[in-house]
Design a protein around this ligand. Structure first.
Ligand code: GTP
Ligand code: MG
Length: 268
């Protein structure tokens, strides 16, 4: 393929760098891998959600038959509100003043009807304290989607975002898990230390979806859930991630779209 055919493709610069004659000017493998991962995240975000916004989403009774199973994970610094968001997912009436620091992870399952599809979600909460970092790594195993939470009233938690992304990159065993960056506690307007613009900016730099939230507000929880489901179902349908069928039918590797279709990965 002629390089000119790439037009304004966002990977053009990377390809050009790889073609340099001088090996010192060629990027390292780790940098190429990082850029490709960020590019895939961008493709995930760029899917057109205008149609999927109209697809109804409904919590239903637990069921053993479903179309897709997804494992979701909450990560982020301590006290950013992961457990409050997690518990509000589980029980919309959860009182957030009851939350105590998490010591060991917890998970629950949720059945969702999304349009005509049934989804089985396994949602896991983790401990944000640094002393638990050694066990944090194992939580990323087999995870399909990540809520990376920071606290808009705590600048340090915002500055640690790259660290969490690095951890996800290192320890995720599934390919291309969509990551939603959550700026939590937006109800604390007077204490805010991270602006909306800064949240959007870091999210777009890393190719993440950004959602501002408050564990006190039900609409935040529903928005996070809807956005994650949109990203996951789109990604599965475009062959960017794989998922599982119920155990009885075995694991299914979904087909990648045919190579000749240039636009087959969403609307990039
Ligand atoms: N005002 C406000 N307070 C919140 C919100 N979310 C969480 N909190 C409070 O923030 C504190 C920490 O919340 P947790 O959910 O326990 O934090 P965490 O991220 O799970 O912390 P670790 O388990 O230690 O990693 C608690 O006192 C919560 O009540 C929010 O959206 N708004
Ligand atoms: Mg917690």
């Amino acid at each position: 393929m002629d390089i000119a055919e790439m037009g304004e493709h966002s990977l053009k610069e990377l390809v050009m760098a790889c073609l340099q004659n001088d090996s010192k000017l060629r990027p390292e493998v780790s940098k190429i891998k990082d850029e490709l991962k960020q590019h895939t995240q961008r493709l995930l975000q760029q899917c057109d959600h205008s149609g999927s916004n109209k697809i109804p989403i409904e919590r239903v009774e637990r069921r053993s038959v479903y179309d897709y199973k997804f494992r979701l994970l909450f990560v982020g610094d301590m006290a950013v509100g992961k457990s409050c968001l997690f518990n509000r997912f589980r029980n919309p009436g959860y009182d957030i003043s009851r939350s105590i620091p998490t010591i060991s992870g917890e998970s629950f399952r949720l059945s969702i009807k999304y349009g005509s599809k049934f989804l089985d979600l396994e949602v896991a909460d983790t401990a944000g304290q640094e002393r638990f970092f050694a066990i944090q790594a194992m939580y990323f195993r087999r995870v399909h989607g990540i809520f990376l939470v920071f606290d808009v009233t705590d600048r340090v938690s915002f500055e640690h975002i790259p660290r969490w992304l690095k951890m996800a990159q290192t320890f995720c065993t599934e390919e291309n898990p969509p990551i939603i960056l959550i700026g939590n506690k937006i109800d604390q307007v007077a204490k805010r230390q991270v602006s909306s613009e800064e949240g959007h900016s870091i999210a777009s730099r890393h190719g993440l979806t950004f959602v501002e939230a408050s564990a006190l507000k039900e609409e935040s929880i529903e928005k996070m859930l809807l956005r994650m489901i949109q990203l996951l179902t789109n990604a599965v349908e475009k062959g960017l991630i794989t998922t599982e069928r119920p155990k009885s039918t075995g694991e299914v590797k979904l087909q990648k779209p045919p190579k000749e279709s240039n636009n087959s990965y969403c609307c990039a």
